[in-house]
Design a protein around this ligand. Structure first.
Ligand SMILES: Nc1ncnc2c1ncn2[C@@H]1O[C@H](COP(=O)(O)OP(=O)(O)OP(=O)(O)O)[C@@H](O)[C@H]1O
Ligand SMILES: [Mg+2]
Length: 252
């Protein structure tokens, strides 16, 4: 059974005079992995960032259209944005850890969201780091500065950190772009595992990865949603010529 978790109606996004998204309508299903693919600059990150209202932090941002999560318009005036961002976690294209210890990076969000019991926080940290395939590498050095970790380790730490807030929806912007094949495989397993509990949207430039991990795929081009379908259908028998050209490497 498919349950619509996120419903986007006629969404257009502007940054000053530049239009990044053009009337995108899409229904994202709960407990599924949806991959977003498309060439650089086509609006993938801008799209993700409208789902937890992160674009609002950008001067010159404007939007038209609606984004509903569980049938609630998240741009309503009465929406608590802090709570929204707890429900909609995000892992960014590049690591955005604080220049503090690994432990402080991981404990920050649970503390903000009111978990006071040290033991519960420690258990949560071990659990999420194990899930994100980073625990073995950091468990003996939780006090060191997180920025001394390698780029791939930092990225996995960001994934662990996003999970500590126990979100409902997880947005991932090229989460594996800096990882070696072993860590990438671990992250892909993790994503597969996580969809039991979460709704996941993953932006990826890696077509094989999109095909491996996602249930649905959306192809964006020049700010428009060109095609959206089951991943198996979109990859083997795309309906649109542009999708086919992109998948076969004829442009992009
Ligand atoms: N903060 C911003 N201010 C102004 N323009 C922006 C901003 N963020 C994105 N844009 C513009 O919006 C368009 C879409 O950018 P976006 O980052 O969403 O693309 P993308 O599909 O994620 O690309 P990539 O694959 O390179 O990450 C681009 O033309 C970009 O220049
Ligand atoms: Mg991007």
């Amino acid at each position: 059974m498919r349950k619509v978790k996120i419903k986007v109606n006629e969404l257009s996004v502007f940054f000053n005079f530049l239009q990044a998204l053009n009337r995108v309508s899409i229904e994202i299903y709960g407990n599924k992995v949806t991959a977003i693919i498309g060439p650089s600059g086509c609006g993938k990150t801008s799209f993700l960032r409208t789902i937890n209202r992160m674009n609002e932090l950008i001067i010159g941002f404007r939007k038209k259209g609606e984004v509903l999560i569980d049938n609630i318009n998240i741009y309503n005036n009465n929406i608590d944005v802090v709570n929204l961002r707890r429900l909609v976690g995000m892992v960014f294209q590049s690591s955005n850890l604080f220049p503090k210890s690994i432990y402080e990076n991981l404990a920050f969000a649970p503390k903000i969201h009111g978990i006071k019991d040290q033991k519960i926080i420690d258990e949560l940290i071990e659990e999420t780091c194990t899930k994100a395939a980073i625990w073995e590498e950091i468990k003996d050095r939780l006090e060191v500065n997180a920025l001394t970790l390698s780029a791939g380790q930092q990225q996995r730490l960001c994934i662990a950190r996003a999970l500590t807030i126990q979100p409902d929806i997880l947005l991932m912007d090229e989460p594996a772009s800096m990882l070696d094949p072993i860590s990438t495989a671990k992250i892909e397993e993790l994503i597969f595992d996580l969809k039991k509990k979460y709704t996941i949207i993953v932006v990826t430039h890696n077509m094989q990865q999109a095909a491996r991990i996602s249930d649905f795929t959306a192809f964006f081009y020049l700010g428009q949603l060109v095609e959206y379908d089951k991943t198996t259908k979109l990859f083997t028998n795309p309906s649109n010529k542009q999708t086919e050209d992109y998948l076969t490497g004829r442009f992009g």
